[in-house]
Design a binder for this molecule. Structure first.
Ligand code: 26W
Length: 766
């Protein structure tokens, strides 16, 4: 049957229409189902195969828009494009389809890249998580302040999922029982027979499922209890890097892992293997501490099966591995003991047993115990039981070993391994950068899509005139597309002959969007005074969401929007500078931004960014990094050569040294222009609508014992120097050579490599 007929059949089945009659939403559902049907045999085969598997348990899977990636990976994209075209439909209509934003930022997007890569390199890795009804909020600006709205992603339907309600589980809290209903998505790899599963659990009231369990409740009581059940998977917590010690968050975490562990054990028992052999068939990777309750939950379930605590612990120790994604104190999860005892007492009892077992084994500083100060430290629990613990970039793993978890490392040196993060080259080069992909393929064939190391073959063209010319054209084309898109969505026109200097990531003080903002004010003032000359016109582009309750981050958004107003409305700046804060930055926006960037801002205070993955996306697309020696920037500079990036600022060692005795005012005394810029926060030249936002920023920089905690002022001089050097070198022959070196040397940052590393060092599958 030809594709046209197939598509029409699906349209007829779903909507009783031909595709010509379908609207965009219907078309989207039809074409998605086509991809699912196409892989259904391989999906069955993978699901039912007897090989050892790994479950990647994560509270977040930031999968974004799946339609293009799935069609592409299934080998259907070009044919579907043609089939739609023959019906007068442009496949670009799917750009309207909203992202599934079931994650906050790096950790969630990493989980999505990992699943795609595992399917591609044929590693049996399944995802387990939560099916949030509302994903990360949609962002708009009101007077330059962030405004949040609900993200109703399901209004587009959920065509990639199937609901397997016969595999539902019941999760018990002390005060309620909840039904966990699984929705499964096939994870389609590129050119691969392995189709893994992403299983997301949805919470529903148990009542309609088993009336007897609720016999003792009536009327209103039942209604309240029903609502409480739905509440659990209603919304994704929008905090990135801050702990929310709330009961609902605890319920989410326990709900996710209890459903996952029960589901696994039920299937395992059917197969009839002994419990002692669990880790030969199934292991789990815990994505940060959010799923760590899986450990006591599995032990609890094994004890119910008749094992002793000691036997169950031996099994758990072989079954779990743990990834840490941040060293920020405020993000390390601790749960109040009373809260755990109140809502999941049986699990808490197991945690107490683990604590006793740990105390028998070692004498530690208090902060290393699982239960300390009436709180359960999830990272300590995870490290104690896990077989392997990993950081996400070399420098990050070193910090874990030598600092954050030092005593653990001394106790169990072999537990600690590094696996540097990566990103999928299908989404982050092949699909988002059509122009450059074509040129690369022309030169070296398309093997790079599956083996990104092959990009090294273009390195010898870094000085080739013709290739440089075509690289330049690709960039220009992408900038045009982005400029149009930004005009359409933000109402601001960025001339494409401007340098596109881009910082996109969650808004956080440690990521130092504020330092970038101050540098823009500094350049603005410098240009006006004529002390900065020969400046090439630049558009400073930001994209970021702030956690709704993160006051300082919200102040910084307001500041950048205010600077944008100032600069964009100044006729003197018309041919020199633009500033744009794009609204509702998300995965799909990122795809357009990373392929159009001339410089990638990765400017966190050294020691703070565990890895970063945006930095890798820019590098693969040939954009030099303007960055500190933090996270994976270190490895990026190593791979590409430091001379092909703009590296500046204090190193981790220097940061630690300086922090012993830091005086931010010193830097203002040394640089009168910087002083002027900082004073402009409070001297009335910038209007924060009477909110006090800029005064708050001013104080955070200069007052109290946390003054300029992230060293924006200490790093400022070297930042400006690097930024102006980059500006100066932009557009030259040397610049494009640098760009090509970056793409050529980016092979390491494929998440295919990360998955292979996990498999070799930790999972040992296949
Ligand atoms: C409990 C609240 C909370 C929420 C999110 C705590 C911690 C988080 C995440 C761990 C934050 C996060 O996304 N970390 C990022 O993980 C990426 C993938 O490894 C790294 O590239 C980023 O550097 C790191 O900030």
């Amino acid at each position: 049957m030809n594709l046209n007929d197939k598509i029409n059949d699906i349209a007829a089945m779903l909507y009783g229409k031909s595709i010509k009659e379908c609207d965009t939403k219907e078309l989207y559902n039809v074409c998605s189902k086509l991809a699912v049907m196409n892989v259904s045999k391989d999906w069955d085969a993978t699901r039912n195969s007897e090989m050892k598997k790994c479950g990647y348990i994560s509270a977040e899977f930031l999968i974004g828009r799946l339609i293009y990636a799935n069609l592409y990976n299934a080998g259907l994209l070009e044919d579907v494009k043609k089939a739609l075209k023959s019906n007068g439909i442009d496949i670009n209509v799917f750009e309207e389809v909203e992202d599934a934003a079931l994650g906050n930022g790096g950790l969630g997007r990493l989980a999505a890249c990992f699943l795609e890569s595992a399917a591609t390199v044929e590693v049996p890795l399944d995802g387990y998580g939560l099916r949030y009804h509302f994903g990360l909020f949609k962002q708009s600006f009101l007077n330059g302040f962030q405004n949040e709205e609900a993200d109703d992603w399901l209004k587009w339907g959920d065509p990639f999922s199937v609901c397997r309600d016969s595999e539902s589980q019941i999760v018990e809290f002390a005060d309620m029982k909840v039904l966990a209903v699984p929705y499964d998505m096939p994870v389609i790899g590129y050119d691969s027979k392995v189709v893994n599963t992403l299983r997301l659990w949805e919470a529903r009231p148990v009542e309609s499922f088993d009336f007897k369990l609720f016999d003792d409740m009536k009327g209103v009581e039942k209604a309240i209890s029903n609502n409480k059940a739905y509440e659990i998977t209603n919304v994704l917590y929008p905090n990135d890097n801050t702990l929310e010690g709330k009961i609902l968050r605890l319920r989410q975490e326990y709900f996710m892992v209890s459903a996952t562990m029960q589901d696994f054990l039920a299937k395992y028992k059917k197969k009839g293997y002994p419990f002692s052999e669990i880790s030969e068939h199934q292991i789990f990777q815990l994505n940060d501490t959010h799923p760590v309750l899986a450990i006591p939950e599995l032990i609890r379930l094994l004890i119910l099966e008749g094992l002793s605590f000691e036997e169950a612990l031996v099994i758990a120790r072989k079954t779990f591995n743990f990834t840490n994604h941040t060293i920020m104190g405020e993000a390390l999860e601790r749960w109040n003991s009373d809260l755990l005892y109140k809502y999941i007492p049986e699990v808490y009892k197991v945690i107490v047993m683990l604590e006793e077992s740990l105390r028998k084994e070692v004498k530690f500083d208090a902060k290393y115990y699982i239960i300390n100060n009436q709180e359960v430290h999830m990272a300590n629990l995870a490290i104690y039981v896990s077989s392997r613990v990993n950081g996400v970039a070399k420098i990050h793993t070193d910090i874990l070993k030598n600092d954050t978890f030092k005593k653990w490392y001394m106790l169990y040196p072999d537990k600690f391994v590094n696996v540097t993060n990566g990103v999928t080259p299908r989404r982050w080069l092949a699909l988002n950068n059509e122009a450059l992909s074509k040129e690369i393929t022309k030169l070296i064939g398309n093997g790079w899509v599956k083996h990104l190391d092959k990009l090294d073959e273009i390195d010898s063209y870094a000085n080739n005139k013709a290739f440089k010319e075509s690289f330049k054209k690709c960039r220009a084309k992408n900038k045009e597309l982005l400029s149009d898109y930004i005009y359409k969505h933000e109402g601001i026109r960025i001339p494409t002959n401007f340098i596109f200097d881009i910082q996109i990531k969650r808004l956080h003080e440690y990521k130092r969007q504020l330092m970038n903002a101050l540098s823009i004010l500094y350049i603005y003032a410098g240009l006006k005074k004529g002390v900065i000359t020969n400046f090439k016109p630049t558009a400073f582009i930001f994209g970021a969401k702030s956690a709704p309750g993160y006051y300082m981050a919200k102040c910084i958004i307001k500041l950048i929007n205010t600077i944008a107003d100032l600069v964009n409305n100044d006729p003197e700046m018309d041919k020199l500078m633009k500033v744009v804060f794009v609204s509702n930055y998300n995965v799909s926006y990122a795809e357009r931004l990373v392929c159009a960037a001339d410089f990638s801002e990765q400017i966190s205070m050294a020691g703070m960014e565990a890895s970063g993955t945006g930095n890798m996306k820019f590098m693969i697309n040939g954009t030099p990094t303007l960055g500190t020696l933090d996270g994976a920037n270190v490895e990026i500079a190593q791979e590409a050569g430091r001379e092909n990036n703009y590296i500046f600022g204090l190193t981790v060692g220097e940061v630690n040294e300086l922090k012993k005795n830091y005086n931010p005012r010193k830097y203002l005394e040394m640089d009168p222009l910087l002083n002027e810029v900082v004073e402009s926060l409070v001297d009335g030249s910038l209007d924060d609508n009477g909110s006090g936002a800029f005064k708050a920023i001013y104080h955070s920089l200069l007052d109290g014992d946390r003054a300029d905690y992230y060293l924006c002022l200490a790093d400022f001089a070297s930042y400006i120097e690097a930024k102006l050097l980059a500006n100066n070198e932009y557009g030259t022959d040397k610049y494009y050579t640098m760009c090509i070196h970056n793409t050529a040397k980016s092979g390491k940052f494929s998440s295919d490599r990360s998955i292979n590393d996990y498999n070799e060092r930790i999972w040992h599958l296949k």
